[in-house]
Design a binder for this molecule. Structure first.
Ligand code: GSH
Length: 214
């Protein structure tokens, strides 16, 4: 079977979730860059034939094309169960999904680059995206105070999908809005700790940019 091909963008938080899962599970893959910012390649007919939503990521794996980062993570979990990205108990799984949903539904779509052209000015877009980023971080701070018993992972005692959602979104908050993480101490500690883990450290945007000479 040929290597999975990840269609993504180096700076995309949704792509980073999948990249980190592939790395964590030790699955060799090739990443093809789809420039969603400058040349907006996601809007081409060619890319639409890969992803009907014209967004990244998409993963070609096992002879099929999968879209939606959380569906891809679950497929990888089901097909490569070790090491697992799921906690062991029903409660921890629910806690993990609380964190995932807060990021995946409550923050990322409200700061997506695809929204920019729907605002009259760039400042309006920035204010809107910053507002939802800060609200999301406030939510995450409170949720994580309860769910992160170890202080090292969002839930439980190993890496889960929640961590793969949290880190790229916080990275985004810092790089786009220069958010003061002192206001979110639990998030800040987790972010620093998790970003040292190879699955996240070695798949971060600047590494991908360097590899692809972007
Ligand atoms: N729910 C989707 C969201 C995908 C998404 O919004 N991707 C962004 C990058 S993180 C994108 O491709 N934006 C380009 C656009 O909307 O035109 C997922 O989790 O995969």
């Amino acid at each position: 079977m040929s290597k999975p091909v990840l269609y993504g963008f180096w700076l995309s938080s949704c792509t980073w979730r999948v990249r980190a899962a592939l790395h964590y599970k030790g699955i060799p893959y090739e990443e093809k860059q789809v420039d969603i910012v400058k040349s907006r390649e996601q809007l081409s007919a060619e890319y639409r034939s890969i992803s009907p939503s014209q967004k990244v990521p998409a993963l070609v794996v096992d002879g099929v094309t999968l879209v939606e980062s959380m569906a891809i993570l679950q497929y990888l979990e089901d097909t490569y169960p070790k090491p697992s990205l799921l906690p062991s108990t029903p409660l921890l799984k629910a806690r993990m999904r609380e964190i995932c949903e807060t990021v995946v539904s409550g923050i990322q779509p409200l700061q997506n680059v695809g929204l920019a052209s729907h605002f009259s000015t760039e400042q309006q877009y920035k204010d809107f995206t910053k507002y939802w980023t800060l609200r999301g971080l406030e939510t995450l701070e409170d949720l994580l105070k309860t769910s992160s018993s170890s202080g090292q992972f969002c839930v439980g005692d190993h890496l889960t999908m929640a961590d793969l959602c949290l880190v790229p979104q916080v990275y985004n908050a810092l790089s786009r809005h220069n958010v003061d993480l002192a206001k979110f101490p639990t998030v800040a500690v987790l972010y620093d700790t998790l970003l040292k883990m190879p699955a996240l450290r070695d798949t971060r945007p600047e590494i991908v940019r360097g590899k692809n000479k972007l």
